[in-house]
Design a protein around this ligand. Structure first.
Ligand code: MG
Length: 369
């Protein structure tokens, strides 16, 4: 089936509360939406958020990459040759992983729709495990004053979330205090993941993580303690502490994943479609992780339901994915879409609709020519 047209539009959804990490503060999800149609009139949807501080991709650069490079390279290609389409897109422009992810998601959505299959069932082919139909996501707690973080954590637990992903990385000693108070408030049953978002130096990371271990705070894992560029630092921290270390900003490409696994620079990998450039490369990382018995998390940026649901389908399909950080829709104040996985508190329920499942995207599209 030939790719007939590619259209672009924007979705804007205010967040329930501002999202704050060691790197930034954001008030709404304002993402590019891509719609791709085949000759038979079927369509697929993709999405990309401008996360300049992490991916380097801005609203303007994402749109320019799709408009000027990616769309012209794949228009008219046969969707049945999906791997060839993905390779062509990959070569059309270097980097620009968010733009590629938006188009990749729309293409996989469309491809699975053409086959009349839910995307997760299609992606599960070749995996030895059983596809999951339910995922449990954590909820992000933004970095703030300790009292506010405790309040946010208690509210999350009250909403039924059993796994908290707590953002830190703003002052090592204060970070230990933040986690100690949250643990005291939520009790021992709640799983706490700590994400430093590159906020510590390697020495500070070791000191802080050891202090959390000594205090018996029961941390499941620590995510990206040091700069994503500091590969040696990541490896050093991983070797110095008992708590599992999850690489996030240090792993974008398949090559990054390969190096981290080979050199044991981290224990776990956080795969995000906006870093890999979409599902095509994310599957390659999953294959690699599976072969080396490395567990993965599927995470998201500040994305709404289109892109987050693509991540959910991937997480459901692959057995190496044991953790889901797919709280984008939970952070949004509204769900403007129809169809797709069901987000109910911490639970994400996959449905048997074909493709990603989203059937209505309330965006005014401009078709590229
Ligand atoms: Mg992270």
């Amino acid at each position: 089936m030939k790719i007939k047209s590619i259209s672009l539009g924007y979705i804007d959804i205010p967040l329930v509360t501002p999202f704050k990490t060691a790197l930034r503060t954001v008030n709404s999800v304002n993402d590019l939406i891509v719609k791709i149609e085949t000759e038979d009139g079927m369509s697929g949807y993709g999405e990309a958020p401008p996360t300049a501080v992490i991916t380097g991709d801005t609203k303007e650069s994402i749109e320019a990459a799709v408009r000027g490079y990616i769309a012209p390279s794949i228009l008219g290609m046969d969707l049945d040759e999906i791997d060839a389409v993905m390779e062509k897109m990959e070569k059309s422009i270097a980097k620009n992983t968010s733009a590629k992810a938006a188009v990749d998601i729309a293409l996989y959505d469309l491809y699975a729709r053409e086959k009349g299959m839910p995307l997760f069932r299609m992606l599960a082919k070749g995996d030895l495990g059983q596809a999951k139909t339910r995922l449990e996501t954590d909820l992000t707690i933004s970095v703030n004053d300790t009292e506010e973080m405790v309040r946010d954590s208690l509210r999350a637990v009250g909403q039924g979330f059993r796994i908290l992903k707590v953002k830190v990385g703003k002052g090592g000693a204060r970070d230990v205090e933040r986690i100690r108070e949250i643990r005291r408030a939520v009790g021992s049953e709640i799983v706490i993941r700590v994400d430093a978002n590159q906020g510590w130096t390697r020495e500070e990371a070791v000191r802080t993580i050891r202090a959390m271990e000594d205090a018996g705070l029961g941390i499941e894992l620590v995510e990206q303690p040091v700069s994503g560029h500091d590969f040696k630092g990541l490896k050093y921290v991983t070797g110095q502490v008992n708590t599992p270390i999850l690489a996030d900003e240090a792993v974008f490409s398949v090559e990054d994943a390969e190096r981290i696994i080979e050199e044991r620079a981290a224990d776990l990998l956080n795969i995000k479609l906006m870093k890999t450039g979409g599902i095509h490369n994310a599957l390659k990382i999953c294959d690699l992780a599976q072969k080396n018995e490395v567990k993965c998390m599927i995470g998201c940026m500040l994305e709404s339901k289109v892109a987050v649901s693509a991540g959910a389908h991937l997480a459901a399909a692959r057995s190496c994915v044991t953790m889901a950080d797919l709280d984008g829709p939970s952070l949004c104040s509204a769900d403007p879409y129809q169809g797709g996985p069901i987000y109910r508190g911490p639970d994400i329920l996959l449905t048997e609709e074909s493709g990603i499942g989203i059937t209505m995207v309330p965006v005014s599209f401009e078709t590229l020519s």
